[in-house]
Design a protein around this ligand. Structure first.
Ligand SMILES: [Ca+2]
Ligand SMILES: [Ca+2]
Ligand SMILES: [Ca+2]
Ligand SMILES: [Ca+2]
Length: 382
C-alpha cells in the first residue's frame, strides 16, 4: 500500500472543524508535553515495583499554578553545542534521563547511525554505532535510527536500558538493539525482525511479570508487530498478526500492514492492571492485543469479531458491516494514544488517520479518531 503525504486538513463525520480540531490536538500535545512531576527517574526517586509491575513514568500534570501569577518568558539562548559528527537526525527526539542512577540527567540522542549519550555538563558519556557496543564501535553504522530512543529501567535494577530501531536493509541485517546504561549491547541483541525498517519502538510490561518487553512495528508487509523479551527472544505468540489472531469464520481474518512513524504503544486498555499492545497500520485499521498475542474483541454489533479485522470506515454502519464504499482512514503515521478522555474510568483510543475513499487512495486530509476499546465510538465522535 502506498505511503501518502499528510496535509493539514481535518475531517469529522459531520462537518469540517479544522480550527477546533487543531485546538483539540494542541491541547492533547500540551497535555502530553506537560511536566511529569519533576521526579528524577534515577534510583533514589523510583518507587519500588508494586504487584509485579515495573514503575512507570509519573503521569503528566497540567494544573494551573495556585498563585495564578504569570510572567514574561525569556527568549531562548544557546547554552551549549553538543559535539557529534556529520550524522543528521531523522525524526528521533532526544531523551533526557538519569541512565546511570547518579542523580544527574543524561541526554540520549539517536543521530542517524550513531547513538550519543551526553552527561549533564555536555561532555560525551559514550557513543556507539547502531548494532555495536560503545566499547568496540566503528565511527558510524550502516543504518539510520528513525524513532526516538526508548529509555527506561526495563528490568528494575536501578539502571536505564536504551532500545533503538534501525533498518534491516542495511548491510548489517539487524534492526533492533538494546543497550545497557554504559552503551554495551545487552546479551541476545541485536535482533532482526523482518527485512525492513523499525520506525516504531516502545517498552512496556505486557505480561505483568514485572519486567518490560520491547514492542516494535516494522514497515512493509506483515506480520508487522512483535514483542521481544529483554533477552532478545520473541515473546510467546508473537509476531502478530498471524493465523492465531483470526476469529472463527465467517468473521474476517485479522490483517495488517506496517507503520511508518512510531506506530506502536501500550496502555492498560481493559483495566486489569497489565499493559496491552496497540499497533497502528498503513492500512484501514489497527491492532489491539493482550500481551499473549490474543486480539481484543470488537463489540458484538460488528460483523468482524476482533478489532484487528475491522475496517476504519468513517460511517460506523459500514465499519459494523465490515465492507462497503465510502470514506475511510489509514493509520500510516499515527502513534497510538491511550487516555480516559471523558473521565468515565474507561480508556479510549485516540488516533490520527489519513483520509481516503474506497474508490481512491488519494489523500484527502487528516482525520482525528476517538474510539472505545470495543470500537464503538464515544458521544461526539460518531
Ligand atoms: Ca546520570
Ligand atoms: Ca535496568
Ligand atoms: Ca513483562
Ligand atoms: Ca473514558
Amino acid at each position: 500500500m502506498p505511503i501518502k503525504n499528510d496535509r493539514n486538513q481535518f475531517w469529522t463525520t459531520f462537518v469540517n472543524l479544522n480550527s477546533w480540531l487543531l485546538a483539540a490536538i494542541t491541547i492533547i500535545i500540551l497535555f502530553l508535553s506537560c511536566g511529569g512531576g519533576g521526579d528524577s527517574p534515577g534510583r533514589s526517586a523510583a518507587p519500588p515495583p508494586s504487584n509485579g509491575n515495573p514503575r512507570l513514568p509519573t503521569p503528566a500534570v497540567c494544573m494551573a499554578s495556585a498563585s495564578g501569577n504569570s510572567a514574561a518568558v525569556s527568549a531562548p539562548v544557546l547554552r551549549q553545542t553538543l559535539e557529534a559528527s556529520w550524522d543528521e537526525n531523522w525524526l528521533a527526539a532526544p531523551a533526557v534521563a538519569d541512565i546511570d542512577g547518579d542523580g544527574q540527567m543524561e541526554i540520549v540522542a539517536a543521530r542517524h547511525s550513531v547513538l550519543y549519550v551526553y552527561r549533564h555538563d555536555g561532555t560525551l558519556f559514550w557513543k556507539t554505532a547502531f548494532g555495536s557496543s560503545a566499547s568496540n564501535t566503528p565511527d558510524h553504522g550502516t543504518t539510520r535510527m528513525w524513532a526516538s530512543p526508548v529509555v527506561g529501567d526495563m528490568d528494575n535494577d536501578g539502571y536505564m536500558e536504551i532500545a533503538v530501531g534501525g533498518d534491516a536493509d542495511s548491510t548489517g541485517n539487524i534492526n533492533i538493539s538494546l543497550y545497557d546504561y554504559r552503551g554495551q549491547m545487552r546479551p541476545g541483541w541485536p535482533r532482526q525482525f523482518g527485512s525492513t525498517e523499525i520506525r516504531s519502538i516502545a517498552a512496556a510490561d505486557v505480561d505483568g511479570d514485572g519486567v518490560m518487553e520491547i514492542l516494535v512495528n516494522k514497515t512493509g508487509e506483515g506480520p508487522t508487530t512483535a514483542v521481544y523479551e529483554l533477552d532478545g527472544s520473541l515473546h510467546a505468540n508473537w509476531p502478530q498478526v498471524s493465523a492465531s489472531c483470526n476469529p472463527p469464520s465467517p468473521a474476517e481474518a485479522c490483517w495488517d500492514f506496517g507503520g511508518y512513524n512510531q506506530n506502536i504503544g501500550a496502555g492498560d486498555l481493559d483495566g486489569d492492571g497489565v499493559m496491552d499492545v496497540i499497533s497502528t497500520y498503513d492500512a484501514i485499521g489497527f491492532g489491539v492485543f493482550w500481551g499473549d498475542g490474543r486480539p481484543f474483541p470488537a463489540n458484538s454489533e460488528f460483523s468482524d469479531r476482533v478489532i484487528t479485522a475491522v475496517e476504519a470506515y468513517h460511517d460506523i454502519a459500514l465499519s459494523k458491516q465490515g465492507w462497503g464504499t465510502g470514506d475511510r482512514s489509514e493509520f500510516t503515521y499515527s502513534p497510538p494514544v491511550v487516555a480516559d478522555i471523558d473521565d468515565d474510568g474507561q480508556m479510549e483510543i485516540v488516533l490520527a488517520g489519513d483520509h481516503e475513499h474506497t474508490n481512491s487512495t488519494a489523500n484527502q486530509g487528516i482525520t482525528v479518531w476517538v474510539l472505545n476499546i470495543d470500537l464503538t465510538r464515544p458521544q461526539g465522535w460518531l
